[in-house]
Design a protein around this ligand. Sequence first.
Ligand SMILES: [Zn+2]
Length: 365
Amino acid sequence: MAAEGAATGVEVLPAELAPAENMAAIDILSLTPAGLYCAAGDFFIDPPRPVSRALVTHAHSDHARPGHAKVLATRETLALMAIRYGPGFAGSAQAAGLGEKLMLGPVEVGFHPAGHVLGSAQIRLALKGRTLVVSGDYKREPDPTCAGFKPIRCDVFITEATFGLPIFRHSRTSAEIEKLLASLKIFPERAHLVGAYALGKAQRVMALLRAAGYDRPIYLHGAMERLTEFYASEGVGFGEIRKVSGADRAKLRGEIVICPPGALQDPWSRGFPDPLAAFASGWMRVRARAKQRGVELPLVISDHADWNGLLATIRETGCEKLLVTHGEADALTHWARGQGLLAEPLHIRAHGEEDEPMHAAAEGD
Ligand SMILES: [Zn+2]
């Protein structure tokens, strides 16, 4: 089973997940090599390979893949998938409004805000009086670029756990932005290159800079232009944004340049005056990772719930059963059992750009 799972892009660890046992554990869903599957409604949630019908929580590439026959997601997620994969990203696409109730066979389906990136949703399923919520990726901190997370009462909660260890307590985001602004004052001759994932984090950092009163133009790497234009068309204010491609790099001393994390070490980053590498990610809590990436200014800005956010959310769902995916499942499972919940790790992991934890959450960490 493990070998089959690996070949199909989903990691299924057999110790915890003999199929029958797993069916019982997840209730309305089961875990198959093609991902989380609802037999009653005949659909998958965030499947890592093409299927007949996929419900997609958000547009990060470890959740949203091209090639499904049918996709159901929020309007924003569908638009972001079209930007990333082209208009033919699925055979057909249906938009789900947040809070709207849809029926897929006998299963009632609803999308509810997850606070992770624009369009991100938790998916609530109800069947025969039982309710199950798949969180997708989520965070509890307010984010000016997307709708805030809403806890949904349910019997079974499937939570992500990217930062599911007690050492992960994210700082206040405003304090991290202040660090960046302080650095600009200390090093006015240096171009500040801020690595940020292209979908969500880049736009959030720019919106947070504006909220902090920063009013200089912000320079943007080409890889983020279209996604940022979409955010702007959805009403997120970024002030004056300039393309790096149209600028004289040598003149960008003391300016902020937002770029994909990989660009920090690229030849792309040459040509800026004495570039200072910053990186906005929850992983920046771990000093060794910042050092390893040559990051001079780590900014702990995460689009995932930290340890306290995970615990608070699990409590607020009122769930009796908890399944833990995407990240550090063991500590959270242990904690939940201590609270009297039925809790199991759910070893599903999409392979992709996530070979090491820096990329584990694809782009959203
Ligand atoms: Zn994500």
